[in-house]
Design a protein around this ligand. Structure first.
Ligand code: GDP
Length: 199
């Protein structure tokens, strides 16, 4: 097993411009309820690091976590929660896009897609945005344990086709079974150790 990520909560911000500087950064993004908090907790092997909410759409702030090497893990607010008024929604979307385009230390963005539901229109817009902005991204499929074993192979191909990437590039995860957690940890560690200016 890969060692759990040693990450410590540093701060929350409602604007990416007020985030503290960091030598190298990875970010996690996805629609509300995709399983982002659960996954971050699982990477760190902690229960309550990122709040796992029963009410989708609660995470409206950017949460920043620091690793011992000085690299930063950023938990971006979940998008697409239906009950949020349009004005606030557009504010979040603008903030996420601004972050992606302007945060120079961003090494990799992990786009979480629900493995059972597949990519929503907003997920596809996010991927398009990332391609346009030339930001490196990795698609992480969540909740793999919810996919029936008989549908698993087809689902992998469907999800890859919808996201327009190679099926082998997708990291399938489940916090229930632990699938993919080691693989994701290793990639996060690799990304956070790529910057020669790190502390
Ligand atoms: P967030 O809004 O993206 O941070 O999502 P949460 O981490 O709060 O998870 C949303 C819901 O999905 C919670 O009820 C979690 O327990 C559940 N969930 C998250 N990951 C998994 C998973 O891998 N498998 C299953 N079965 N449920 C999950």
């Amino acid at each position: 097993m890969t060692k759990p990520l040693e990450i410590a909560f540093v701060t929350s911000a409602d604007n990416y411009r007020t985030l503290p500087e960091s030598p190298v950064e990875v970010a996690f993004v996805g629609r509300s309820n995709v399983g982002k908090s659960s996954l971050i907790n699982s990477l760190a092997n902690r229960k309550q690091l990122a709040r796992v909410s029963k009410t989708p759409g609660r995470t409206q702030l950017i949460n920043l976590f620091e690793t011992p090497g000085g690299g930063t893990l950023v938990d971006l607010p979940g998008y697409g929660y239906a009950a949020v008024p349009g004005k606030i929604k557009r504010g979040w979307e603008k903030m996420i896009v601004g972050y992606l385009q302007e945060r120079e230390e961003l090494e990799m963005i992990f786009v979480l897609v629900d493995g059972l539901i597949g990519p929503t229109d907003l997920d596809l817009m996010m991927l398009e945005q990332l391609r346009d902005s030339n930001v490196s991204f990795t698609v992480v499929a969540t909740k793999q344990d919810k996919v029936k074993p008989s549908k698993s192979a087809t689902r992998r191909i469907e999800l890859a086709t919808a996201c327009q990437i190679d099926a082998a590039q997708i990291i399938w995860t489940s916090v229930s079974t632990g699938l993919g957690i080691d693989q994701l940890r290793a990639l996060v560690n690799r990304c956070l150790n790529t910057n020669p200016n790190r502390r």
